[in-house]
Ligand binder design. Structure first.
Ligand code: HGY
Ligand code: MN
Ligand code: MN
Length: 422
C-alpha cells in the first residue's frame, strides 16, 4: 500500500523544538540544553497545556481522564466505529532530550495536520493520546497513566503514590489542572500505534531507516532500604561499623558481576540509578541508604532467575555487613509481544516508501506495551545519532529520521482506519 500523502517534516521538527523549550535547562555536563518535565511538575503542566492547545488548533476534541491521560479525537466517516489511536508521553526524566515520547505524540498530531491539509477523513475516528508519568521517574512506577487506563494499576493506588519529597500523585495532578473528570477505564481502541526513538545504537549502527518493533523486554524495578547504624567517621573502628553505604556499593558491584557472569546470557541489563545516603554528612557513617535496582531482560524467565539471585546476595550482604535490607517492588512487567498484523503493516509501509527496516525488541518500556494488552498494537522506531543516546540531553534524531518514522506512522494509521469490523 503506497501512500500518496506525506507529512511536513519541517513542521514536525519545529513542533519538537517548541515543546523542547518547555522545561529546558542548561546541562553543563552534556554541553547542550536538556529538558526536565517530570510528571505533574509545573513544567509538565506547561507542556501539557502547550500540546492540548495544538490539538485543539488541529480541530481535535480533547478529553482528560482521572489520571491526567489526554485523548484528542478526530471524527471519522463512520464515527461509531472503534478508533485507531496513536500517541506516547510528554513527561520526561530530569536529564532528557526533546524526542523521547514527544515524537510519538507530536508525530501523531502531524499525521492529523497532514490529513487536515489534504481534506482526508478516515473511515474510523483517530485519537491522538499522551499518557501520564510514562517515565515513572518521579513517582516510581513506569507507564503509570497507560497502566491505569488499561486496568493493570488501580486508580486509587496510582493516586497514593508519592515522590521522594512526599508529594502525592493526586494532589500534584490537581495542582497542574489535569485531574480530569473522564473515566480512566479506556474503551479498547481498534488498534494502537506508537512512534518512538529507539534510544539505543542498534538501528543507526545497522544503517536502517526505521525499526519494526516486535515487542518490549521484561522490566523489574526495586527500591532497596538498607539500614545500618550511624557513627562517628573518626572514632569508630571499621570492625564496629554497620555501614549501609558499603552494603549498597557491594550490591552495585554484584549487579555488574551478574551481567558479566554469562549466567543470564548477554542480554541482562542492571542499573542502580538512585542511592540516597542519610544523614549524608562527611563525618558520619550513614545509618540508612535508599537505592533502586532496574533489571531488564528480553526473557521474563531469565529475569526471574536474576531477581532470585539478587535476593540471595542481598541476604548474604545483610548478614556480613550487619545491616537490614528490605526490597520493595515498584514496577514489574513481563516481556510483551506486539500484534503480528500491526507489525506487518509497519514493515509493509516502510517497504512501500522504499525505507530500509529491521525488526527489533525494545529495550525501553513504552505505553504501547500496556495498550498491547487491550488491542492490537505495535511501534515504529526511529534511529538516534550519537549511538542513540537517550535519557541524556544529547539525544538526537535528525529531521529526516523523524520524517521517515512519522510517514510510516501515517501510512499504518490510515490503513488501520479503513479496516472492517466494530
Ligand atoms: O524506563 C524506561 O524504559 C522508559 O524510559 N520509561
Ligand atoms: Mn519514552
Ligand atoms: Mn524515557
Amino acid at each position: 500500500m503506497s501512500s500518496t500523502l506525506s507529512i511536513d517534516g519541517d513542521r514536525l521538527y519545529r513542533s519538537l523544538e517548541a515543546l523542547g523549550r518547555i522545561g529546558a535547562y542548561r546541562d553543563d555536563d552534556a554541553g547542550v540544553d536538556g529538558v526536565c518535565r517530570l510528571a505533574f511538575s509545573a513544567a509538565d503542566g506547561e507542556g501539557r497545556r502547550h500540546v492540548v492547545a495544538a490539538m485543539k488548533a488541529a480541530g481535535l476534541s480533547v478529553t482528560v481522564d482521572g489520571i491526567g491521560n489526554v485523548y484528542a479525537r478526530r471524527a471519522g466517516r463512520e464515527d461509531a466505529l472503534g478508533p485507531v489511536m496513536a500517541g506516547s508521553h510528554i513527561d520526561s526524566v530530569a536529564t532528557a532530550g526533546r524526542f523521547d515520547g514527544c515524537l510519538g505524540v507530536l508525530g501523531a498530531l502531524e499525521v492529523v495536520r497532514t490529513l487536515n491539509d489534504a481534506g482526508v477523513i478516515t473511515r474510523r475516528p483517530l485519537v491522538v493520546a499522551f499518557f501520564s508519568e510514562e517515565e515513572g521517574a518521579r513517582f516510581g512506577t513506569d507507564m503509570l497513566g497507560s497502566a491505569v487506563a488499561t486496568g493493570r494499576v488501580p486508580l486509587e493506588r496510582a493516586y497514593g503514590l508519592t515522590d521522594r519529597d512526599g508529594a502525592v500523585v493526586r494532589d500534584e495532578l490537581e495542582a497542574i489542572g489535569f485531574l480530569g473528570d473522564a473515566p480512566v477505564e479506556l474503551p479498547p481502541p481498534h488498534a494502537y500505534v506508537e512512534c518512538h526513538i529507539e534510544q539505543g545504537p542498534t538501528l543507526r549502527a545497522a544503517g536502517v531507516d526505521v525499526g519494526v518493533v516486535t515487542g518490549v523486554q521484561a522490566i523489574s524495578w526495586q527500591e532497596l532500604t538498607i539500614v545500618g547504624k550511624s557513627a562517628h567517621a573518626g572514632t569508630t573502628p571499621m570492625e564496629l561499623r554497620a555501614d549501609p553505604g558499603v552494603a549498597a556499593s557491594r550490591v552495585q558491584l554484584e549487579l555488574r558481576a551478574m551481567v558479566r557472569s554469562g549466567r543470564f546470557g548477554d542480554a541482562l541489563r542492571a542499573t542502580m540509578g538512585v542511592t540516597v545516603f542519610e544523614p549524608g554528612l562527611v563525618n558520619v557513617v550513614p545509618n540508612r541508604v535508599r537505592a533502586t535496582v532496574d533489571l531488564r531482560h528480553p526473557d521474563d524467565a531469565v529475569l526471574v532467575r536474576a531477581e532470585a539471585e539478587l535476593r540471595r546476595f542481598l541476604d548474604r550482604v545483610a548478614l556480613e555487613e550487619r545491616v537490614t535490607i528490605t526490597a520493595r517492588q515498584t514496577a514489574r512487567t513481563p516481556d510483551v509481544a506486539f500484534a503480528p498484523a500491526v507489525i506487518e503493516r509497519v514493515a509493509a509501509a516502510a517497504t512501500a516508501r522504499g525505507l530500509t527496516h529491521q525488526r527489533i525488541v525494545s529495550g525501553a518500556g513504552h505505553d504501547c506495551q500496556e495498550m498491547a494488552r487491550v488491542c492490537p498494537a505495535a511501534m515504529v522506531f526511529v534511529p538516534g545519532e550519537r549511538d542513540g543516546i537517550s535519557h541524556n540531553p544529547r539525544e538526537l534524531s535528525t529531521l529526516e529520521q523523524c520524517e521517515n518514522g512519522v510517514n510510516v506512522l501515517l501510512d499504518v494509521l490510515v490503513g488501520l482506519a479503513e479496516e472492517e469490523g466494530p
